[in-house]
Design a binder for this molecule. Structure first.
Ligand code: HSE
Length: 312
């Protein structure tokens, strides 16, 4: 195989109460890459589309290529590749845009080289893309983009990541308002200390969320979707956040919170129909205030990255 086209999905990180430890993959949107083997050992980003010219073509500074350098270094291989990156989701959206690129790139190269590593082992390399994009190598977007499903990051050092089962009828609604929130800034405004009281409440919700997911207890999932630590601070960066959340809850959502670092807002619902209705009212609420918003509704994507085409 000399060339490959790969899709990697968008992700919802934090999932309300699980800052930096919970993440899930959705079916759409996502990024596509086309990677072709070169005859020399250069890594070249030949084209980026869908980024409004915002991303660098410098392979040492782009989230799609940095993981590939680290991966090749680890394997002690000198292969060169041309990379085309087709962004199919907005940057700075809270949808794990850089993670989708990182995962797509390193997954594509691993396939082109005949899978010298199991997909799971690509995680530390993909995390390096996150470090380039936002200064911190957190795994809650990258891990679900790579492994699919709902992922828990139990520990960063050593890295310990596992997937948990989710109920079949759980749907994710994401509404992306057309404003940009820089992840670095959204991390910077957080406090370093959290009170004992808030920590206890948050731990109860983390335990409730996991139990609700693995036992398909939708009510418990909903009750656990309260974030005492991050949402109260970050929501100030998202105009209409509380009105949008209220619209979602009034229309049957199990819970609603910020997707990743925002500004996207996500909701969980039981059933596709409810998830679509919830999405329509959330979008309408943003648009009532003149904020253009995109809507995505999806089940939980258990697959992660996908090979779409291969050539050569
Ligand atoms: N857990 C990260 C954060 C995800 O909320 O800052 C954003 O990439």
């Amino acid at each position: 195989m000399d060339s490959i086209r790969v899709f990697a999905p968008a992700t919802v990180a934090n999932v309300s109460c699980g800052f930096d430890i919970f993440g899930l993959a959705v079916d759409n949107p996502g990024d596509e890459v086309i990677v072709r083997k070169r005859k020399d050992d250069k890594i070249v980003i030949t084209q980026i589309t869908g980024d409004e010219g915002k991303l660098t073509l410098d392979p040492l500074r782009n989230a799609v290529s940095v993981p590939i350098f680290k991966y090749l270094h680890q394997l002690n291989r000198n292969h060169g590749f041309d990379i085309e990156l087709h962004k199919q989701m907005p940057l700075g959206s809270g949808l794990g845009s850089s993670s989708a690129s990182s995962v797509a790139g390193v997954f594509a190269v691993n396939e082109l080289l005949g899978k010298p590593m199991p997909v799971r082992d690509l995680l530390p390399f993909a995390m390096e893309g996150e470090r380039v994009a936002c200064g911190s190598a957190h795994a809650d977007n990258v891990a679900p983009a790579l492994l699919g499903g709902f992922v828990v990051v139990r520990s960063y050092s050593p890295l310990d990541v596992f997937k948990i089962k989710t109920p079949d009828d759980l749907y994710v609604t994401i509404v992306h308002p057309d404003i940009e929130v820089n992840t670095k800034d959204a991390r910077h405004i957080l406090r370093n200390e959290v009170s004992m009281k808030k920590t206890i409440s948050q731990m109860g919700n983390v335990a409730g969320m996991i139990t609700g997911l693995i036992t398909s207890d939708y009510e418990l999932i909903g009750r656990s979707m309260v974030d005492y630590i991050i949402e109260p601070i970050r929501s100030i960066l998202i105009p209409q956040f509380f009105e949008v959340k209220m619209a979602a809850m009034d229309n049957g959502a199990l819970g609603c919170s910020i997707s990743g670092a925002g500004p996207s807002v996500f909701a969980f619902s039981k059933g596709l129909e409810t998830a679509q209705k919830v999405g329509a009212v959330m979008k309408k609420q943003f648009e009532k205030e003149g904020i253009v918003a995109n809507l995505f509704v999806s089940g939980i994507n258990e697959v992660g990255p996908k090979m779409l085409e291969q050539g050569g």
